[in-house]
Design a protein around this ligand. Sequence first.
Ligand code: SRM
Ligand code: SF4
Length: 571
Amino acid sequence: MTSPTIDRSHDLSQPLDRLSADERMKDASDYLRGTIAEGLLDRITGAVPSADDVKLMKFHGIYQQDDRDVRDERRRQKLEPAFQFMIRVRLPGGVCTAAQWLKLDELARAHGGQTLRITTRQTFQFHWVLKDSLRPIIQGLHETLLDTVAACGDDSRGVMCTVDPQSSRFHAEVAAMAKRVSDHVIPRTRAYHEIWYGDERVASSEPEEPFYGRTYMPRKFKIGFALPPSNDMDVYAQDLGFIAIEGPNGLEGFNVAIGGGMGRTDQAPHTYPRLASVIGFVPADKVIACSDAVMTVQRDHGDRKDRQRARFKYTIDDKGLDWIKGAIERVMGEPFAEARPFHFTSNGDSFGWNQTPDGRLHRTVYVQNGRLDLKLLDAFRDIARIHRGAFRMTPNQNVIIAGVKAEERAAIDALLEEHGLAQESASPLRRNAIACVALPTCGLAMAESERYLPDLLDRIEALLDRHGLTGEPITVRMSGCPNGCSRPYIAEIGFTGRAPGKYNLYLGGGFHGERLNRMVRENVGEAAMLDVLDDALGRYAREREPGEHFGDFTIRAGIVRAVTEGRFFND
Ligand code: SRM
Ligand code: SF4
């Protein structure tokens, strides 16, 4: 970021020794270098030996993990955990070219366990990467102008954007804006180039991080752009969301929503999911200034003592929304205009072929929980070899083969047919259901998610069939722990893992992500969850009003209370 141009090295409002250990670690890291380069050379362990480097590598888009399926067995055998790494690509708006797809595919086959994962923020993750393969992957990505900078860490993460295949010019304008913001908020440190590409360190009198300073943000910061009527990227779950407003002459500007976030911790009521609040409107040429101002306010006022309370949503609730809005306006140098009317209709994907007014065709392909296994890798590799347009990753973890010319469609159809993807057999329930990664790679998982949701959906589909609700679109999201990486707290049916086979069950979220749900059962197994759903779906089938969504019904029928106050536990 280029403005405001202050080096905050010595500008923290409190002495470092009063702040959390992570703040001191960032400060001492020499702008994210730490001793990562040395740790990569250590041959004794498959891990990176320094715990601080493990944290710093997140800012480079890399997480150290171990295979949890074999953790106990290796412990019994007195072996170190089966260390491996997850690498997350920075992919603004989820768009990649066919050449980039082919490179991702090649690297996943060579170094990433022959699988790729499409994430809920529209990018790719490699899993199962060994320490020696980190540089080959990152250098391989660099060949096609991809990188992993700030895909994780206390900085602005991957910028999301609606992948709406209904629109063309308007979408292109907003997607370009998402890319501009992503380029603008990227950290400036040369550490990434030195460690991963082998560049020499160059002395400079310029501040190394003009915006972030030595201690970066208090916590992760997430930005996204939505194009009504689609809220596919869940704008209310972003720290900073921009809702595009179209006028007669195209893009006029954006409503600005701040303070969304999902993460909570069980038994810690001071942590909670929060929907972003719409605070006003900015014209399109003020988006960068607005992002700078919002991030400045969080950078300077976010809680740097307690990481559990360091997200922007808590800064807003602690200081008050009006105070925060005023502070943003002061940094921006002008007030927000009044928010413009807008209307969302869903947060799911539209499947099959769609045509945009520019005559281009777009085909959404269902990818169960975003997992590209070898079969899907083969299919998309063949498609990428002939496809002239782009691929777009959806926030629901599906793939759009985008920008196909009419005369190219037959060849794509033939490949979809050859790979068994021509008929979309997944039900509406399944197509937009989201599960996070969870076991066996996620170190924070308490229960299965990606590996379990497909089976649970079989059983929920059986309930739908029994109640005459086959094909009913209902949003279902599962996370393996309360951190909420699948954005479960805004689903009509949400599950978050508590222990192996045990989940909290939530009902009542808004169909297009506009309302938080509520917990209706805590720490229960499958039978209890299905009991609740059987009852609620049965009543929905009998008592719903025309056009009424399941989430709305559960509230009207009193199955859950709408969230109007902070707490969202149902008793
Ligand atoms: Fe997430 C931590 C995976 C989207 C909230 N998330 C993690 C880690 C890195 C676990 C860790 O810290 O060790 C997970 C890695 C698992 C693995 O093996 O890959 C992980 N998060 C994911 C992904 C891959 C889930 C998926 O299946 O797609 C998503 C990657 C997105 C991306 O491309 O950047 C992912 N995570 C989200 C989202 C959804 C979103 O941003 O729209 C959320 C909720 C929104 C939010 O941030 O509030 C989310 N992840 C968290 C949290 C809770 C943060 C909080 O404020 O409390 C953590 C834990 C943490 O940060 O301490 C976390
Ligand atoms: Fe891991 Fe929890 Fe995120 Fe799932 S929700 S990926 S279990 S941190």
